[in-house]
Design a protein. Structure first.
Ligand code: FNR
Length: 381
């Protein structure tokens, strides 16, 4: 009634209440380059579509009279209690879509008390984001740079800034084939934005011939040389594991054997993800791989999922298939693009309200009650 009651006062939501509506409005407002950067995927964007189709192959079977007056959306990931099973996933260079970029996201996450994960490729430093998110769980995402000194420096800063986990993304060891970004000359476009965590990093700076403030071009070139790491090995992952006492999650896992191997190395959590369909066109939908990966790792290892989560029922389906929590990206980025901090808050609040209501109407009062019994395959699936 909080949601619907607003209409009694003639008040309408400031933003569209569906993902497609948000994306459409953002397309009208953003430059083609900024819109293409967020909306786009790899190749012909088949995996982006496959991510959505995978959710449609499962249907929920609501149960009645579950006594759902009090509901609990909390979950636990690596000893951190999350108020809701939704994490704002890492997105690079958000200044492309809004001048307040990651700071606006961090403030909205803080207001709502939801967890967020900052990209190492953010346009704001992790220290500034930490200041903006004092009251909500915060994780730091790393594209493991090919220079181990820079890697160690970033990890040490993330620890010092009070992050509760490091998320290392393994599916982006080189730039992917993204036609929209290639057409829009993405790297030169980045020049105006800068990669703050690197340009502020003392070790990274020490490798530059000139300070990044004086030569942004050189700084971006150096970043573009430090970023690709296709030679990275399981031994390198083990080295990273030994370099931090924080919980370490791997993101971008799609094969159960990779999940097993990561756990053998001492990794604390798995994010099943195809990066929102942005990496390998034609690759498998994240949701389709979730059950096998949940089966492959011990129950004590949290498995999270992203790529294509748009609604409360999507979150329920992921949880029913064994996810401890989900990450979202494009939905909150459209909120940011349209209305900054308020936009992020509205989009995330709406998703959480949808989740809460859907949970109740499925007859569950906590996420622990959401399991495979709640799902059937869609006819023909
Ligand atoms: C991303 N993603 C991402 N992931 C990551 O580990 N580091 C990063 O810097 C980025 N950057 C990034 C930029 C943009 C514009 C998008 C859309 C995505 C991937 C992101 O964290 C997540 O895996 C997917 O985007 C989730 O899918 P949805 O919710 O966007 O469908």
């Amino acid at each position: 009634f909080e949601v619907y009651g607003r209409g009694l006062g003639g008040e309408r939501p400031a933003l569209p209440t569906t993902f497609d509506g948000l994306q459409e409005r953002a397309r009208e407002q953003l430059s083609d380059a900024a819109y293409g950067y967020v909306a786009g995927g790899a190749g012909e964007e088949r995996t982006m579509r496959a991510n959505r189709a995978a959710f449609d192959r499962h249907r929920l079977v609501p149960r009645m009279l579950g006594e759902v007056g009090q509901r609990d959306l909390t979950t636990t990931v690596c000893d951190t209690t999350l108020n809701a099973p939704v994490v704002l996933g890492p997105v690079g260079v958000l200044s492309i879509v809004h001048p307040e970029g990651e700071l606006a996201v961090a403030r909205a996450a803080n207001e709502l008390g939801v967890a967020s994960c900052l990209s190492n490729a953010a346009s704001t430093t992790l220290e500034d984001v930490a200041t903006a998110t004092p009251d909500a769980p915060r994780w730091f995402q790393l594209y493991p740079p090919n220079d181990p000194e820079v890697r160690r420096s970033l990890v040490a800063r993330a620890e010092a800034a009070g992050n509760e986990a490091i998320v290392v993304t393994l599916d982006t060891l080189t730039m992917p084939w993204r036609p929209r970004d290639i057409a829009q000359a993405y790297l030169p476009f980045l020049l105006g934005e800068g990669i703050a965590n690197y340009t502020a990093d003392p070790v990274f700076r020490s490798k530059l011939a000139e300070p990044p403030e004086e030569s942004p071009q050189l700084a971006i070139q150096q970043w573009a040389q430090t970023f690709p790491n296709p030679q990275m090995s399981w031994d390198d992952l083990a080295a990273l594991r030994s370099e931090t006492g924080l919980p370490l999650l791997v993101k971008g896992i799609l094969h159960p054997d990779d999940a097993r191997r990561a756990v053998e190395l001492g990794i604390d959590g798995i994010v099943v993800s195809n990066h929102g369909g942005r990496q390998v066109d034609g690759s498998v939908a994240s949701l389709d791989q979730l059950p096998a990966i949940v089966d492959a790792v011990p129950a004590s290892v949290p498995v999270l999922l992203d790529s294509g989560v748009r609604t409360g029922s999507d979150v329920l389906k992921a949880i029913a298939l064994g996810a401890r929590a989900v990450l979202i990206a494009r939905p909150y980025v459209w909120g940011l693009a349209l209305a900054g901090q308020d936009g992020v808050r509205e989009v995330v609040r709406s998703l959480l309200a949808d989740l809460d209501l859907s949970l109740a109407m499925c007859g569950c009062s906590s996420l622990a009650q959401v399991d495979g019994d709640l799902l059937v395959p869609a006819p023909g699936a």
